[in-house]
Each structure stands twice: as C-alpha cells, then as structure tokens.
Design a protein. Sequence first.
Length: 325
Amino acid sequence: MTLGHRAFLPLLGLLGLAILVWRADAQAARMAVLQVGWGIVLVVGQEVVAHLLNTLGWRFAFAREHVASLPFGELLRLRLAGDAINYLTPSATIAGEYARVAMLGDRLGADIRAASVVVAKSAQTLAQAVFIAAGLLLLGAGLVIAGPGRSLVFWGLGLVLPLAILLVYGWTAARLGPVRASLRNAARWLAAFLRDHPGRVVLSTLMFVFAYGWGCFEAYWICRFLGIPVPVFTALAIEVLSVTVDGILFVMPAKIGTQEGGKVAVFAALGLPASLGLAFGLVRHVRELSWASIGMLLYFLSARRRGWRPHDPVRPMEAGPAPSS
C-alpha cells in the first residue's frame, strides 16, 4: 500500500466522522457517553475474555508437540501486540501477522512459526464468516414475525455477506505486494496442517467463534450504561451486524469513522436512536484504543529486548517447505 493510500484512508475516515457528528445529535451522544461513567472500566476490562479466547485460537494453530515450548502468557502478549499493529496500521490486517512471526523468536523453526500464523489467520477469518452467517440466520428466524420480507433479507445476508467477506480478504491479500510472494507457500502450510491436525483446526476456529460471540456481552452492557437496556436478542443483533460492517470495512486503520458510522447504521436498522448508535461507537472505540495502546507498548518492549527498531518494516514470511508432519 503506497504512502498516498495510507494517508487517504485515515483522512477519509476523519471526514466521514466529522460529517456524522455534524448531522447526528452530537449533544445527545455526548450526554449518553458521559452517562457511562465508571462503566467504562467494565467495558475495557471484559475484553480480556475475548483476548484469551483469541490466544487459545492461535495456540491450537500449533501442533501438539510444539505447544509445550510456548507459554500461554507469551502467546497472549504477542497476540495483543499483533492485534494492535493490525488495528492501527493501514495494512489490511496483515502487518500484525508478520510481527507475530518475528516476535516468536527462534525457539521454533521459521516454517512452524509462519504456519501457525497462517493457520490462525485462516481460522479467524472462517470464524468471522461462521459467526456472521449463524447470527444473521438466527436473527432472520427470530424476526419472521416482523414480516416475510424482512426475514428474507436476513436470510440472504446470512448466506451472501460471509462469502463476500471471505472474497474481500482474498482479493486484498492477492494485491499486497510483499504478501503475494508468500501466498503459495502459505497455502501449502495451511493444507499440510489441515491434513495432519484437522481437529486442532476445528478447535482453533471454535475459539475464534466464541471470541466473536463474546462481543454480545459487551454490546449488552454498553447499551445498559447508555441508558437503553436491550434484550439479549437485540444485543446479538447489534453485535452480528457490527461484525458484518467491520468485516466489510476492515481496511480502515483504527476503524476511523467506520466504527461510529457503522453503529449509527446498525442502530437505525434496528429502530434504535441513531444518536445512541454514535455514542455506542465512541464507547467501543475507547475500548479498542485502550487495548491497542497496551498492545503497542508490548510490541515496543519486545522490539527493545530483541534489539531491532520497532519502526523497521517486518520482513515477509520467507518461502520454504511446508511443515512436515
């Protein structure tokens, strides 16, 4: 991605956010955010559950014989660092994967480290599509009383959108220069791991699905703190639609503008006040930026210990043989 593209995306997001604040009831959104108060501690703190589940998803992307040499705490630290890089940089959520390979060190072979990241990234992408499909189909079944047309829309989205997200991920990766050279090798790693450890791939995917599902808990409590307590089914709808929007607009660094704009659209679609959708997006942005700051701190500390400069580009995964069974 060129320097122009890297600058264009944040500027576009900031412009969208400015228009959104201008058109929405900013005063109502501000009052709702202030109403959250100390509830923000729960909103930020509960995310540790999702991080633990995501780390388990990555852990299952290693063969059983390699897991013993990887303390869970270390994997959690590297997971947070990689997620922060993916979140803050306009790299289509790829740069953090390279960083994870580099930060794992030389304890395991380069092919094993790279294969684990490829398998985990693939499992997480599949989990996102599964969560969206299952959630939208469930919502479609639950909303059948509201009319066959609306139910049909949800069923259609449940089938089409996950496929669209998978295609967008593939389309983007195929056009990233440094990644393109590694695609064939990554495919071999993934195929080999699927052949030799199918059960661990299933477990990895399930952990990522559970991590996405945990977002419903957060959505439920944010709504309560904003003064609009919603039933669990509505919290599920908010989260499923939010993950759908995030999946489509994942190239925007730090979700600038897309976080708030997406929540306004989701709340409007569900018949909830748009201003509270803006407030919801702002609260969730605080949580995301808080954890991204922690992740970047961990990344810089890891870089300092290893003696390389954090601003140096992370080299692409070198081509090599697929991991042997």
